[in-house]
Design a protein around this ligand. Structure first.
Ligand SMILES: Nc1ccn([C@@H]2O[C@H](COP(=O)(O)OP(=O)(O)OP(=O)(O)O)[C@@H](O)[C@H]2O)c(=O)n1
Ligand SMILES: C[C@](O)(CO)[C@H](O)COP(=O)(O)O
Length: 235
């Protein structure tokens, strides 16, 4: 991991959303998973690496005080900088990146992917140090079909596609300038923003455990996976 020692490592954990698809009274990043908020698992994954990572946590502005109360309640003392998010993931990432120095490698990660594994994070930093970009992705398990304008559908070769996860890791200067070029938050991930700025996106192997808690069944699955820490499949 020599390439990593020359750049400070940062992680921007985006958790500024409202979790509408979860349909819970509390945004999903604060919901309990094995007795502690989802977000604490996510931050802990980055803090547990052998390398030191500076953590930037993007939260909804209205929930800053609530988060600080949760930290006291759970005696959660990992150092992290807090940033108020925007009204889209794009805006939240952009705000988080303002706290990252130019020379850093920055991993941008969804706060609601609490099962990310340390070796995947490290591989992504390593690849980004070498190539400038590293996006975690997995092969598709189901067949896929492309929707047609006439309402029918056509099969597509699934081996040509990957499901994109986070972290998505970049040289900070490059990803910040990619975000600065864009006004319209129509991008669903950072790789698309980087690509629009001309960067080539390099993929690195993710894991099926690294699920994004989006709808209620995802939380049940995360609970089950945490109970069985050894259950995972890698290609
Ligand atoms: N304005 C926003 C919207 C999303 N996110 C974060 O981006 C990640 C992925 O977004 P998603 O799963 O879509 O979260 P929500 O926007 O909260 O969920 P939903 O789309 O169901 O409302 C989450 O960690 C979420 O908190 C963010 O930081 N700021
Ligand atoms: C960034 C992401 O998690 C990669 O899969 C995804 O694009 C986020 O999408 P969402 O609709 O904001 O959850």
């Amino acid at each position: 991991m020599d390439a990593l020692s020359s750049s400070p490592l940062y992680a921007v954990i985006v958790a500024g959303g409202s979790g509408s698809r979860m349909q819970s009274s509390l945004p999903k990043q604060f919901l309990p998973l094995q007795g502690k908020p989802v977000l604490m698992h996510t931050l802990q994954a980055f803090a547990s690496l052998p390398q030191s990572v500076e953590l930037v946590l993007v939260l909804p502005e209205v929930q800053m005080a609530y988060w600080q109360q949760l930290c006291r309640q759970h005696r959660f003392t990992l150092p992290h900088q807090l940033v108020a998010g925007g009204n889209s993931r794009f805006q939240s990432v952009k705000r988080g990146l303002e706290k990252v120095p130019d020379k850093a490698l920055v991993a941008i990660h969804d706060g609601v992917r609490p099962l990310i594994e340390g070796d995947i994070i490290l591989r992504a930093y390593q690849l980004a140090a070498e190539k400038g970009t590293a996006v975690v992705a997995v092969p598709l398990k189901d067949s896929i079909r492309r929707l047609q304008a006439d309402g029918s559908s056509q099969s597509s070769p699934r081996e040509e596609y990957r499901l994109v996860q986070t972290p998505q890791t970049f040289r900070a200067e490059a990803i910040r300038s990619a975000y600065a070029r864009e006004e319209q938050p129509h991008f669903t991930d950072c790789a698309s923003v980087a690509e629009a700025a001309g960067l080539h996106i390099h993929l690195t192997e993710g894991s099926y455990r690294n699920l994004k808690i989006t709808t209620p069944e995802d939380l049940l699955l995360a609970e089950a996976l945490l109970q069985n820490g050894s259950l995972h499949y890698r290609n």
